[in-house]
Every structure is written in structure tokens, then in C-alpha cells.
Design a protein around this ligand. Structure first.
Ligand code: KG4
Ligand code: ZN
Length: 352
């Protein structure tokens, strides 16, 4: 059974074909990132226009790379939330039109839940992918860390899960992106802060950890602390967003701030994950979302949980259509409700 997945919630236009929820047949991602870099973040209007331009070629390429025609496709899965309204609209309208035209069942996918399903892909003949050896077992603790979300979710089975906790303010990836901007490091912030941190001392500055609910997170405290710290270091209260702040910081100061922030942000996630791991004794722990690519997160988690954790390939951690197609496969296999191709609407604020 083959499902075509379509993902356009942010700045990636992505489509993929996945077979039986485990085999990756194609994975095409066209990013408009280059267009956003000069603004230090995603510009929604530019992202939406880019989706319109490339969505049909991306879908066709996903079919071609999977050596599929429309006859081979059993269902279409599309992200309908959460995400940027204009971006989601392009993917959803395209999927609706294709579902009607080719008479395929349509499945509406929650983007955040989709990220978790990148962990169920175990096989591919595509070059350059490091695949997981096996699918995770239930109960499964999912640590979801992306640009828009930070949450801990306990899955008892497919489609049977409890949200244990979430961020009370910024998502971790968003905090990385903002700290990068303060330090004059390029977007996206996760990788650039991580790179700068390699040259810095993570113990240079003690940043505060917020006191929130048992499994909840907060990243706005440490983020604001970074601003105060940078201001104190140069002895001038340039308020954000001023480029002057970054210009006045030395490379060593930037590296130390980046390392200190990264340590506390990642520790915040790992502390709570450890607590949930001890309370619920899950059979598997999975990491999902763009920040799953962070080597520091991987290092700290392995150390805290004493558990060999399998990660999806980096290309499956950031936004992609494969995770959407994979969850679509499980929806088909578990007789989940289909969406009405004449009526499916976007839900930019969808939560799990
Ligand atoms: O999941 P994703 O691709 O998009 C959302 O759904 O939000 O996540 C994007 C986020 C960005 O905030 C980016 O800074 C972060 O993932 N990210 C990383 C790394 N690669 C991407 N954070 C830390 N380390 C990385 N290597
Ligand atoms: Zn995402």
C-alpha cells in the first residue's frame, strides 16, 4: 500500500511516497530557506508564493523517483495544521484537487504528530539515508522539539496518546533562532548556535531555568537572559532587534553565550524527558522535529537515559513529506477517518 504525503506547513515544499508505513520510496524537498535568510526568519508571504511555484513539480518528482504513476497510489496524506496559514493552504488545496481528480482517499495529518512518524521508516533504496534498524515499540515516549513545538507525548499505541507537557512560551527551535539573531548568527539558529557553541565554554554563563509544570518547558527566560547578558558584556543597552549588539560582541563572547544557552535549553528538555522516562518506563524513546538533529541533544539524552536511542536520518528530522506519508499509511492501516476532499480546511493552530 502506497501513500503520497504532501507537506507545506512552513518554508519547505515537500512530497514523498511511502509504502506500508516503513519503506521510503521517494523524498523530495524544495526549500525557500535561501529567500528567508536575509530576513533572519521565514517570511510567510514569500513562503506561500514559493509553495505555489514548486508544489506540482515537487509532487511529480516524488512520483517519478518512486517509479509510481497515479494508479499505484492508494491514498494522499496532507498536513492541514499546525503551521503558517498561507503555506498550509497551498498544500491542502493541492491535495484536495489531486484527491478529487484521481479519486484517492484523503487523510488530514497533524504536522507535529507527523514528525513522530519519521521514526517508523526503516527501509529505503534511496542513496544517502541512514535508516533506523527497527520501528519503535509502545509505550513510546516522544520528545517533540521543532521550530514551532516543544512537547513530551506518551503514545500507548498508534492514535492513543497523552500530551504530558509542552512549552509555556517559545518552542526550543524558535528560541535557538532568536538567540542566533541576537548574536548575529545565521538562520536557522539551531545549527548556527550549535556550531558557534563548539568554540565556547558552556559553563561561562549560568543562565536561569524556569520553574514550570512537571513536564512543561519554558524557553523565554533563558532567551531574555541571553539579551541581558549580551548587553552587560558590551556595557550598552542596545535593545533587540538591533544589529549593533551582535556587531559589538567578540567571536569568543558569542561562542560562550551560544554554548551557555545551548546547554541550558537542551538540559531543560533532557531533564523532563528523564523524569517521564522514569515515571512511565516506556519501551522506546523517539525524538522528533528539527532540533532532533542537534548533536548536543543526542549526547545529553544518551547520557541521561542510559539507552541506545535510534534517530531518524537528519533529512527526516526537519520538515519533509515522508513523515506525513508514513502517518498516512498508519491511518489507512488502522481505518482512521478520511477527510472530505471538498471540505478539508486548514487549522494553523492545531495542537496534539
Ligand atoms: O521541525 P522543523 O524543521 O520545522 C518546524 O516544524 O518547526 O524545525 C525547525 C527548527 C528550527 O528552529 C531550527 O533552528 C532547528 O529546527 N534545527 C536545529 C538543528 N537543525 C534544525 N536545532 C538544533 N540543532 C540542529 N542541528
Ligand atoms: Zn516541523
Amino acid at each position: 500500500m502506497k501513500v503520497l504525503g504532501i507537506e507545506t506547513s512552513c518554508d519547505e515544499t515537500a512530497a514523498s511516497v511511502v509504502e506500508d508505513g516503513s519503506r521510503l520510496l521517494s523524498n523530495v524537498v524544495a526549500s525557500s530557506m535561501d529567500l528567508h535568510v536575509q530576513y533572519g526568519g521565514v517570511v510567510p508571504e514569500i513562503a506561500a508564493r514559493s509553495h505555489i511555484e514548486v508544489i506540482m513539480p515537487v509532487v511529480q518528482q516524488a512520483l517519478d523517483e518512486a517509479s509510481c504513476t497515479w494508479d499505484d497510489i492508494d491514498a494522499i496524506a496532507v498536513t492541514y495544521g499546525a503551521g503558517l496559514g498561507g503555506s498550509l493552504l497551498i498544500g491542502v488545496l493541492t491535495a484536495r484537487t489531486l484527491a478529487i481528480t484521481y479519486k484517492k482517499p484523503l487523510y488530514a495529518i497533524n504536522h507535529v504528530e507527523g514528525h513522530v512518524y519519521a521514526n517508523f521508516l526503516t527501509e529505503t533504496s534511496l542513496p544517502g539515508y541512514a535508516m533506523r534498524a527497527k520501528q519503535p515499540e509502545f509505550p513510546m515516549l516522544a520528545i517533540i522539539v521543532s521550530g514551532g513545538h516543544s512537547q513530551l507525548v506518551l503514545f500507548r499505541d498508534h492514535f492513543d496518546y497523552t500530551l504530558l507537557g509542552r512549552t509555556q512560551d517559545d518552542a526550543i527551535g524558535e528560541a535557538f533562532d532568536k538567540v542566533a539573531k541576537m548574536l548575529g548568527l545565521p538562520y536557522p539558529g539551531g545549527p548556527s548556535v550549535g556550531k558557534a557553541a563548539l568554540q565556547g565554554d558552556a559553563a561561562a554563563f549560568p543562565l536561569p531555568k524556569a520553574k514550570v509544570g512537571k513536564y512543561d518547558f519554558s524557553f523565554s527566560g533563558p532567551k531574555t537572559a541571553v539579551l541581558r547578558l549580551a548587553q552587560a558584556e558590551i556595557g550598552e543597552d542596545y535593545s533587540f532587534p538591533s544589529f549593533k549588539l551582535a556587531e559589538r560582541l567578540s567571536e569568543a563572547q558569542k561562542a560562550n553565550i551560544a554554548a551557555s544557552f545551548q546547554r541550558v535549553a537542551i538540559e531543560t528538555i533532557v531533564d523532563k524527558a528523564k523524569l517521564a522516562f522514569e515515571e512511565f518506563s516506556p519501551k522506546s524513546v523517539v525524538i522528533a522535529g528539527g532540533v532532533a538533529a542537534s548533536p548536543e541533544l543526542r549526547r545529553q539524552l544518551t547520557e541521561a537515559l542510559h539507552l541506545p536511542i535510534e534517530y531518524p536520518d537528519l533529512k527526516l528530522c526537519t520538515d519533509n513529506g515522508a513523515m506525513i506519508a508514513t502517518l498516512g499509511c498508519f491511518k489507512v492501516m488502522h481505518d482512521q477517518p478520511v477527510a472530505d476532499p471538498y471540505a478539508l480546511s486548514i487549522q494553523p493552530n492545531l495542537s496534539m
